[in-house]
Design a protein around this ligand. Structure first.
Ligand code: SF4
Ligand code: SF4
Length: 274
């Protein structure tokens, strides 16, 4: 069953859905998959840590979607990482104030592909008679303000990938995954017990080399939003609103959703675990 799910994800990413659309280029390289269990204690830990009133456990997503109780022991979460292509990363490494148009389009059409994969996998499980939900595509997905973290969501793809054995956090809050930090991730929750992926780490930031003196993402950030203490989300968001949007308009003639992401390329954790 686990192999079939992985084949499904790989086949989807080999299809014509994997495209930047306005460029004749794929949005992502080869994906990686991890699986965790609904009763993994880390889900409870992050719920308490992020916001116990707001953040939902995997079993709560199923219960609120289907309107009846589920046993967390019989729930699995399939998580995946979709790495940026070598071409997108190479172009972005040269940028110093704003990411390339390819990177911007990845945030729009790459994310469309990521969400399409989530919906397709949810349907795949439903056709086999399971109950499944892709939180990122659910009408119950939402963002909220947080005194502690500035901005939070009621489901985090990066925390899910971390719990599912795919990587650990970096100084800049990005997830240093088995495919590196320049990636997007997604997940689907289903009511069956699959074989979980072993977490080859015990600390939430084990792969990050900040403790060994790495300052690459600090130097890469044009907003001064990363320091040895971590990532200042408010500063980062302000830079997006005040600078990135203007550069995208002036340089690319693009006024849609725009993003920075410079700390994800040109750093030792860009494409691998450093
Ligand atoms: S660039 Fe260095 S300090 Fe920053 S997240 Fe990567 S490994 Fe950690
Ligand atoms: S996304 Fe851009 S502004 Fe935000 S921390 Fe990374 S480099 Fe800095």
């Amino acid at each position: 069953m686990e192999r079939k799910i992985e084949e499904f994800i790989k086949a989807y990413m080999k299809s014509d859905k994997n495209t930047l659309k306005v460029f004749d280029k794929p949005a992502f390289g080869e994906p990686a998959m991890g699986i965790s269990h609904g009763d993994d204690e880390l889900y409870g830990f992050y719920k308490q840590h992020i916001d116990p009133q707001f953040y939902k456990l995997p079993v709560e997503w199923l219960e609120e979607t289907y309107g009846h109780p589920f046993d967390a022991k019989n729930v699995s979460v399939i998580s995946w990482v979709l790495p940026q292509t070598d071409d997108t990363k190479r172009l972005n490494r040269e940028q110093t104030d704003c990411s390339t148009m390819e990177w911007q389009m990845n945030r729009v059409y790459g994310e469309e592909c990521n969400r399409g994969l989530a919906k397709a996998l949810e349907e795949y499980f439903k056709e086999m008679g399971y109950e499944a939900v892709a939180p990122m595509c659910s009408e119950k997905f939402s963002w909220g303000d947080s005194d502690r973290f500035y901005l939070i969501s009621n489901w985090s793809e990066r925390h899910t990938a971390m719990i599912s054995g795919l990587g650990t956090f970096g100084l800049c809050d990005g997830l240093i995954s088995v495919k590196g930090k320049a990636m997007r991730c997604g997940s689907v929750i289903v009511n069956c017990r699959l074989k979980k992926t072993t977490r080859p780490y015990s600390k939430y930031n084990e792969y990050c080399k900040a403790g060994d003196g790495c300052t690459a993402c600090i130097r890469r950030c044009p907003a001064g939003a990363i320091t040895p203490e971590g990532h200042d989300k408010e500063k980062c968001v302000q830079y997006h609103k005040e600078v990135i949007a203007k550069i995208c308009h002036d340089r690319y003639g693009y006024d849609g959703y725009s993003t920075c992401g410079l700390c994800q390329t040109g750093v030792p954790c860009e494409s691998r675990i450093p």
